[in-house]
Design a protein around this ligand. Structure first.
Ligand SMILES: [Zn+2]
Length: 258
C-alpha cells in the first residue's frame, strides 16, 4: 500500500507493521492458534471498556521499509537485553534492595547502551500515540512531533526527556503477571502526565513532562552511563493498578460468557 510514512513523512510503499514488536508478547500467545488478549478498561465509564482477542498481534500500515529497518535495530537490542532472547545479554543487575516504602524490589541494572535502549523506549511510546489500534489517551501534537523527530534522527535526547519507569508486575515472588495487555491509560502526578501500558507483566510508565519532576523520581530512569533501576512490584501492593486489572478481568470474563 502506498502512503505517507509516519516516521520519515515521505510517500512510500508502506509495510504492514507490528505496532508492538512481536517479542514483547510472545508469552501472551496461546499455543494454537496464535492470538492474545487485549483489555481496555475505562474505570469511569464501563460502556467504553472492551476486550479483544487479537490474531497474531496488531498491525497497521505505518512505516516504509527503511524506517521499519531503523526501528528494528532498537527492537533487537531490547529483545536481547530485557527480554533475554539470546544469551548475549549486556545489561546486568548490580544491586537489589527493597523499595523505600517496602512494597517492592529495586533492581539496579548497569550495562545498557543508553542510545539503543532509550530510542527503543521512545519508539514504543511513539507507536502507542500514533497507532489507531490502541486507545491511547490523547497527547499534545508537539509531544508526538518531538518524539518523531528524535527517533528519525536517532537522537536519544536527555535522560529526563520522556523518562520511563519500568516495573515488573508479579502475583507473588517469582510469578510474573503475564499473558495479557492492559491498554494504555493515563495517570498524573503533580508535574507530569504519565502514559502507562502493561504488556505481559512489564509495566511501562512514560512521563510526558519528566524534566519537571523531582530528582528523586528521576532516579529510576535509564541514565546516560547505562544504569537503570527496574522496580519489581507485587500487584496487591499497588491499589490503583490492582483495581484496574480486577475491573479488566471482570469485564473480560463477562464478555467471554456473552
Ligand atoms: Zn519512512
Amino acid at each position: 500500500m502506498q502512503g505517507i510514512c509516519k516516521l520519515c513523512l515521505r510517500e512510500r510503499e508502506l509495510r504492514h507493521s507490528h505496532i508492538l514488536p512481536e517479542f514483547m508478547y510472545q508469552n501472551i500467545y496461546d499455543a494454537q492458534p496464535k492470538r492474545f488478549y487485549s483489555l481496555n478498561i475505562d474505570l469511569s465509564d464501563e460502556e467504553k471498556s472492551f476486550s479483544k482477542i487479537q490474531q497474531k498481534g496488531i498491525r497497521e500500515y505505518l512505516l516504509c521499509t527503511e524506517c521499519e529497518g531503523l526501528l528494528s535495530k532498537y527492537e533487537n537490542y531490547a529483545a536481547e537485553t530485557i527480554y533475554a532472547k539470546n544469551k548475549g545479554n549486556k545489561a546486568y543487575i548490580v544491586n537489589q534492595s527493597e523499595t523505600i516504602n517496602q512494597d517492592g524490589f529495586l533492581y539496579e541494572y548497569a550495562g545498557f547502551s543508553y542510545p539503543d535502549f532509550k530510542i527503543f523506549l521512545m519508539s514504543l511510546l511513539w507507536r502507542l500515540i500514533i497507532s489507531d489500534s490502541f486507545q491511547t489517551p490523547d497527547v499534545a501534537p508537539e509531544i508526538a512531533e518531538k518524539l518523531r523527530a528524535a527517533i528519525l534522527s536517532q537522537n536519544p535526547l536527555e535522560y529526563d526527556d520522556f523518562g520511563c519507569l519500568l516495573q515488573v508486575i508479579k502475583y507473588k515472588k517469582g510469578e510474573i503477571m503475564g499473558n495479557f495487555i492492559l491498554q494504555p491509560f493515563l495517570t498524573k502526578n503533580a508535574k507530569s502526565d504519565i502514559i502507562n501500558i502493561l504488556i505481559d507483566g512489564f509495566m511501562y510508565s512514560f512521563y510526558l513532562n519528566s524534566k519537571s519532576i523531582s530528582e528523586s523520581q528521576k532516579e529510576v530512569f535509564l541514565k546516560e552511563d547505562g544504569k537503570m533501576q527496574i522496580v519489581g512490584r507485587i500487584i496487591f501492593h499497588d491499589k490503583g493498578l490492582l483495581e484496574r486489572v480486577m475491573a479488566a478481568y471482570k469485564y473480560f470474563m463477562s464478555s467471554v460468557k456473552k
